[in-house]
Design a protein around this ligand. Structure first.
Ligand code: RAM
Length: 356
């Protein structure tokens, strides 16, 4: 289930660990990577300022997605480490308004914090703001809400870094030129839409002049729909060179379709996927490279952030510091954003070092 420890950051040479451009949100503290002690947290127990018994609820985009399972696994670990009460609720599909009723129930249950990956940046806002008025801290992770309705956003990697990585991998998959298409998650997903925006900006750069984006289709993070959308793309665009899917559900479904079709070897697939779901498609040559972060660490960091907020240790102001247990110290960046770290690119050369 979990990643091989330290492999995530320790394989720079092998894994072509990407240098992510600096942007508004903060990254993990440099003191952390340099191995220095966090400045003002000299106490023996870094969770000392964290209240115990906090009720922290996770609300991912949907429950039946292996990615979400890994994420919330990390969340549970963090909540247990701070002696809190962990709860997991969520819809079975990732539609825009599917999370509202769950938020309302969490408010009634007087949770101390809600950790949410938003299916739509705005649809969840009235319910979340009601939660906040009642004293519940709101942390978005993976897919942000509108900034006005959460206290903190835990971003898996900088948005620019993910978009740039996708463009680079797609260009390589297409062999530098030709028609490409995007298979995304839901049309409203904040995270995919933000990455696609950067991706399109990247395509305007001279090095990508040979690439032509023909369309974007949506598999709604549903395996069957993603599979069918892939089939439709290949039929509608016979000259397609590559499909980029910035969703773990989409890339797995597209790879499955292509791997057993006549398109194998003609149309390349890349995007964001989990190593365990993608291993067979890397081994059979359908996929040369794809990227991701460690979803367990994203869930874990979010849990520590929620506990720090609910304990009054931080408020979401730029520059505030907190310690995320074994992940080390983090600082709140601009727009109340905290960034987990750079994504990793997986290839045949390194995929067997990862197990999540
Ligand atoms: C899917 C979800 C999730 C996204 C990953 C990459 O599992 O859409 O939000 O971060 O893909």
């Amino acid at each position: 289930m979990h990643r091989i420890s330290r492999g995530f950051l320790a394989t720079t040479g092998v894994a072509a660990l990407l240098v992510v451009s600096a942007c508004s949100g903060t990254t993990r503290d440099s003191a952390n990577s340099a191995g220095a002690a966090p400045s003002n947290t000299a106490a023996a127990d870094p969770n000392a300022a964290i209240k115990s018994g906090l009720k922290i609820a996770y609300l991912p985009k949907q429950l039946n997605n292996p990615y979400s399972d890994i994420e919330v696994g990390g969340g549970k670990k963090a909540v247990e480490a701070v002696k809190g009460e962990y709860k997991l609720v969520g819809p079975s599909e990732a539609s825009a308004s599917s999370q509202v009723s769950y938020i309302n129930t969490l408010v009634q249950q007087q949770q101390n914090a809600i950790v949410i990956a938003a299916n739509d940046p705005n649809a969840v806002c009235p319910a979340l703001n009601q939660a906040r008025q009642g004293g519940i801290k709101v942390v978005s992770f993976d897919s942000d809400t509108s900034p006005g309705c959460r206290d903190l956003f835990i971003n898996q990697a900088t948005t620019a870094g993910v978009g740039e990585t996708l463009a680079k991998m797609t260009a390589e998959a297409a062999g530098g030129s030709g028609e490409i298409a995007i298979l995304s998650a839901t049309p409203n997903a904040t995270n995919q839409n933000a990455w696609i925006e950067v991706f399109k900006t990247e395509l305007a750069k001279p090095q990508y002049v040979g690439l032509k984006l023909v369309t974007t289709v949506y598999g709604n993070d549903d395996d069957q729909k993603s599979f069918q959308e892939t089939q439709g793309l290949l039929q509608s665009y016979p000259n397609l060179k590559a499909i980029v899917s910035p969703t773990t559900v989409g890339i797995a479904a597209a790879s499955r379709y292509v791997s057993t079709s006549n398109y194998k070897g003609k149309v390349a697939i890349t995007g964001l996927g989990t190593p365990n779901q993608m291993r067979q498609f890397v081994k059979d040559g359908t996929v040369k490279q794809f990227a991701l972060w460690d979803p367990a660490k994203l869930g874990e960091l979010s849990g520590y952030a929620a506990a720090a907020l609910a304990s009054g240790q931080i408020t979401g102001k730029e520059g505030e510091k907190f310690t995320a247990g074994p992940l080390g110290p983090y600082t709140v960046g601009a727009k109340a954003e905290v960034v987990l770290g750079p994504p990793t690119v997986f290839t045949a050369g390194n995929i067997d070092q990862y197990n999540f």
